[in-house]
Structure formats: C-alpha cells, structure tokens
Design a protein around this ligand. Structure first.
Ligand code: GLC
Length: 637
C-alpha cells in the first residue's frame, strides 16, 4: 500500500484515527474474509475457527428435495453443498426460479456462525438438461463422433453459460468414462471406447472452467469397463465389477485422470475393481478404495481438489455387521468411505444421519481428525479459489443465455458434425432439396427420444419434452420445396418413386435402466417400458422392412445411445446413418441429409456385427465388426 505523509502522519493512519469504527472493523475482520490474502492462509485461518460440526457440515451434501420445504435445515446441518438430482427442479421450472432457489439456500448457508457459502451442484451432462428451455446438446457419444476437441470445448462452455445463468457454479460433468461394452446403460455418456479419444475430449473440462463452472470428472474409475453380469442389484452391468490387471486399468480406465489441470472435483464410481493378478473374486468398491483414491488419485496423480461421492455411494459399501434392511449409511460405511479419501458425501436424504455417524466415528478415534481436516481444507480451498466467498449469490443478469439462439446454432453444428454415415449405396445422400420424401419411424418426430436421458427427467421422456426441432421439423425447414409425407408407422401408402427416410432407435433411459437385459423403468413414460436391447425393437424393424420394400430408395437413421444390430436388414437399406442422441436441435441432422453440411463423423465405438461379438473394442485380437471404430463415410457439400 502506498503511503503519503501529511505532517508526519501517514494518511492511512489518519483515516483510521478519524474513523474509529474503521480501526475496529479492520482489526476484527477475520483473515479468511480478506480476499487479498493467499488462499492457503485463508483456508488455515478458517479451519482454525471451525468446530467439528462446522467441518462435518462442509463434508455433507443434501438433495434439493430434502431442504426445499425448510431451508433452515441447511443452517442447522451447516451443509457445505446442495444438489439437484436428475429431474429435481423448482416449481415453476424456469431459469428465474432456479436463481431464486439457489439464493434462498445460500442465505440459509450464510446464516451459520462462520457464514461459509454452500456450493450448488447439478448434472448438466448434455446442456442444462434439468431446465426447461435450455439448449440440449448431443450426448457425449455423439460429441466423440465429431473428433473435434475444440467444438466440444465450445459446447461445454455454452453449457456452463446456461448453468451459471441459473445461479449454479458446479456441474457433475464431464463423464470421462471409457465405454467398453455397449450393453452399459451409460454408454452414451462416454466419448467413446478408446481412452485416447476420451483424453482428447477433456476439453470439456476447459469449456466448463472457462464458462465459470466447476467441472467434475467422473466416475473414478473403470465405470465403463465393468463385466456384463456383475451389475449392482437388478442392473446387469452398471455399477458392476471391473475385472482387470493394474496395467490395463492404468492404460484404459485411469488414462482420463492423469491430466488433472483445471480439475477441482472428482467423483468416484459405484463400480468395483477386481485385480486379476491378485486372484479374481475379491472386488473392492471404488468408494472404499484407499489405494486408488488416496494412493493413486491424491498421491501419485497429485490431485489437490476434493472428491465428492456419488449418490449414496457409500450406502453400497460392504457391512456384514448390519442386516440389509437396516437404515443406511451405517457407521462402518461412513468410516470406510471417509478413510478411503472421499471428502464430501452426496447424502441426498440422509445428511443428518451421515453427520451424526461421522461425528461419533471421529469422537471414537476411528476417523482421525487429520482426515477430517484434509477433507475440509480441500473443500474450502476450492470454494476460495472460485470466489464463492466474495460472490455467494447468483444474479439474474444472464438469464437470456438459457436456450439462446447462439447456443442453439452451436448445438445444431455439433449435431451435424456428430452424424456418422455408415452406408451410402448409389450416393443416395445428400438428398435433393426438392425430393419426394416418405418419412417414417418413431424417432422421426419425437424430440424426447432424440434427446435421451438426463433431460427434464432423470430417465428422460418420450414425446414433446422440450422446445427445439425434431428431425422431421428439421427436414421441412432445410428442404421447404421437398414433398414430405410423414407416417410414423408407415401405414400410409408409399409411392414407388418416394425416397424413404426411416428414423428408428431407442427411447430414453439413464444409468442401469439402460442396461441391456436390465430392469424396466416402471415409472417412466411409454414406451420406455420396453426391455433394452442391442437389437432394434420389432416395430422399428417392421417399419424399415415396409418402407425399404416399397420406396425407390431408403435411408435409415438410428437415433440411439449406442450401436444397434442392423446386419440382417442392411441389404435392403441404401443409406445408413448413426445419429446418436442429437438433443434439441434436430435440424442439424437435416443439414447433412441435404448437404448443407458434409458428413464428417467417425464411429467413437465399434459397431458390432452380432450380439455374440459384444464386448468388442478396437485393439481386440479378434476384431471383425460390421463397422470398425473410426469408420465414417464423407460426402461433399
Ligand atoms: C447419479 C450418477 C452421477 C450423478 C449423481 C447426481 O447416480 O451416478 O453421475 O452425478 O447421481 O445426480
């Protein structure tokens, strides 16, 4: 501070002398509140002022639903964080209401003795999916097909702008899962099967960062590499066991976690790891792996941020001392989860229980205070680093970012770049703008199906779920001079000179409810009740047969989170496109169908010839897929 003297008295001293209150304030403002101080000093100062209740509160995250009716619980429990799970939204579900909700929760957090701000987290995994009116981008499998890290960075930066505009500073994304088995219900959350591709797409982290939102890389590690049949509960593969050697785990599953620059939070996986060299049959849950969380992630990789558990992740930890029906988490699960190295615990509806149990474990000396202090130090460090103490409240200044025209244009560009052209007999694509088209299939005019899971609802929903353009609407926009007949089930007459465009594929799902052979989501909308399969549903197959038999040419688009077996119908199909889950801007599909943009996409995952080949990945000794990883035809535009 520069000081000028006035009659021998420094001006600053004079000011202090004239304003006695200033002296008192300067002296009593705690160091941790001084933004000019180094972060580590602020952390140490605040840590030294915290009670055990303050510290354990910072390690606890509750779900919106548990505190919305009585936000004073945030004060009472001294919560470090609150989240919205998939589909957990304020009423009305508007950007304004999100800002108001987050600020109401923040007021409660700042009413605690030390006034430590809470941090609000949400899953914005393909745009701000929870918020009605947000731009919904292609899911990661489609972004992997673009092979364009710069585009991915822009997509996640736009996502961050929309998340931030609703008052939220933290996104549980990107999933840096390496998806090795298409039967996994979360395959579409992965950028692909090749760890090198996933590493290249970590620009998603940069995009969130630059957009002012804290990213979370997840799920550490091996979430996409579990063995079919080992799934947790009714799931067939999700949350299962990664049976592998440490060498392969390092090469495939840990690859996306080696470069942690800009990474402030990591989320462990529900899955387990079972080392082949130690004799298979002794899996360790990732949430209990001290070797991998403390030893590898924090030790060997030098991770200095904090680890946030997955949703009730410690409730799945083994505890033979407590019968299965007893309340979770148990004391042992809390102890094992904390001692393994996780720092904050996503306890949506059991926050108070978690805090009581952890307090008892610390008091009993079964969780060392050094572990608590390490966890809280990490959490506070991040909160100081992102300026949360200086700017705890959200503003409504940027609400126009949500669903903006610029973001929708970017999403449309990403959709076009994600389309993979697998077959194009007779160069039937691109279509003429004045073509006579017969459009059919259940995914031609269903924006909910083209968006997929994590859209408005956790599991997504079929039908008119969000604003945007369906693929059919895109066709009509891009080719207004075309003659378009639309018949969802192809029951309308088909002209022999028509060009058929058949859009089939999957209905939305998320997590284990998307596992092939997994449980059916009973509370979802129709027709999501259908069992998940790598084969197209019978109704889809029938529409393809009907249109391709009668039309002059037929183009089939598969809107799905993963490859679908099409081998036996391939001969009747002239052109085949993998559309993945495009999101709200279906016009991007029409852009490549009519040549406004060229097809440039490449397969991010292997397209199997038959179910018995799965899992099948690039690098396998026997590798005879229908279409190999990286395959994709180009067109001129
Ligand atoms: C879910 C998912 C995780 C998500 C979390 C919060 O179960 O596993 O990816 O971030 O819960 O919604």
């Amino acid at each position: 501070m520069t000081r000028r003297t006035l009659a021998g008295v420094t001006i600053s001293a004079l000011v202090v002398a004239l304003l006695p209150g200033a002296a008192a304030t300067a002296a009593t403002t705690p160091l941790y509140r001084d933004a000019r101080q180094p972060v580590e000093k602020r952390v140490t100062d605040l840590l030294g002022r915290m009670t055990l209740a303050d510290k354990i509160g910072q390690m606890t995250q509750a779900e919106r639903g548990a505190v919305a009716a009585d936000p004073s619980l945030i004060t009472q429990w001294r919560l470090g964080s609150v989240l919205s799970g998939g589909g957990s939204v304020p009423t009305p579900n508007t950007p304004q209401a999100w800002v108001a909700m987050v600020n109401e929760f923040q007021r409660a957090a700042l009413a605690t003795p030390l006034g430590i701000p809470m941090i609000y987290g949400v899953d914005a995994v393909h745009g701000h999916g929870n918020v009605y009116g947000a731009t919904i981008f292609p899911h990661n499998v489609g972004l992997g097909a673009t092979r364009d890290p710069r585009l991915v960075e822009r997509v996640y930066r736009a996502t961050a702008a929309e998340v931030r505009a609703t008052g939220i500073p933290w996104d549980f994304a990107p999933c840096v899962c390496v998806s090795r088995d298409e039967r996994w219900g979360r395959a579409y959350e992965s950028f692909g099967e090749d760890p090198g591709l996933v590493v290249r797409m970590r620009t998603a982290v940069d995009g969130l960062q630059r957009g002012g939102v804290l990213p979370t890389v997840k799920h550490y590690a091996g979430d996409g590499d579990t063995e079919y049949g080992t799934g947790s509960g009714d799931f067939t593969i999700d949350q299962g066991v990664t049976v592998t050697s440490r060498a392969d785990f390092e090469r495939i599953d840990l690859a996306p976690y080696r470069d942690l620059h800009g990474v402030y939070t990591v989320m462990p996986s529900f899955s387990s790891v079972d080392w082949t060299e130690d004799g298979v049959g002794n899996p360790t849950k990732m949430h209990a792996s001290r070797e991998l969380i403390t030893g590898t992630l924090k030790g060997r990789f030098g991770f200095a941020g904090f680890v946030i558990s997955d949703w009730e992740g410690i409730h799945q930890l083994p505890d033979a001392t407590v019968p299965a029906g007893e309340p979770r988490p148990t004391a042992k699960q809390v102890r094992d989860g904390v001692n393994a190295g996780t720092d904050m615990f996503m306890e949506p509806n059991t926050a108070a229980r978690f805090e009581e149990l952890l307090t008892a474990e610390v008091t009993a000396g079964r969780v060392p205070m050094s572990r608590i202090d390490d966890a809280v130090r990490r959490i506070l460090r991040v909160k100081f680093q992102i300026g949360l103490f200086e700017h705890p409240y959200a503003s409504t200044a940027d609400l126009g970012q949500v669903g903006s025209a610029a973001h929708r244009a970017l999403a449309r560009q990403a959709v076009a770049a994600s389309q993979v052209l697998l077959k194009n007999r007779g160069d039937v694509l691109p279509l003429r703008r004045n073509a006579k088209l017969y459009v059919a299939g259940r995914n031609a005019d269903d924006i909910g199906n083209q968006a997929g899971g994590w859209t408005i609802d956790w599991q997504g929903r079929s039908g008119d779920a969000i604003p945007g353009t369906t693929i059919l609407e895109g066709i009509r926009q891009v080719a207004p001079r075309a003659t378009v007949t639309y018949s969802k089930d192809a029951s309308a007459p088909i002209g022999k000179d028509d060009v058929g465009v058949v859009v089939v594929g999957e209905t939305p799902y998320a997590e284990g409810f998307g596992d092939v052979g997994g449980p059916v989501c009973s509370w979802c909308t129709e027709p999501q009740h259908e069992p998940k399969s790598l084969s197209l549903q019978p109704g889809d197959r029938a529409v393809i047969d009907r249109v391709c038999a009668a039309a002059a040419e037929c183009v089939v688009l598969i809107v799905s989170g993963r490859p679908q077996l099409i081998t036996d119908q391939l001969p009747e199909i002239d052109a085949l496109v993998a559309s993945w889950l495009p999101g709200s801007e279906g016009a991007g599909v029409a852009d490549v169908l009519f040549g406004r943009r060229a097809f440039t996409g490449k397969l991010p995952v292997t397209w199997p010839r038959s179910a018995d080949q799965v899992p099948i990945n690039i690098g396998d000794k026997t590798y005879k897929p229908l279409y190999p990883y990286g395959y994709g035809l180009r067109t001129r535009h």
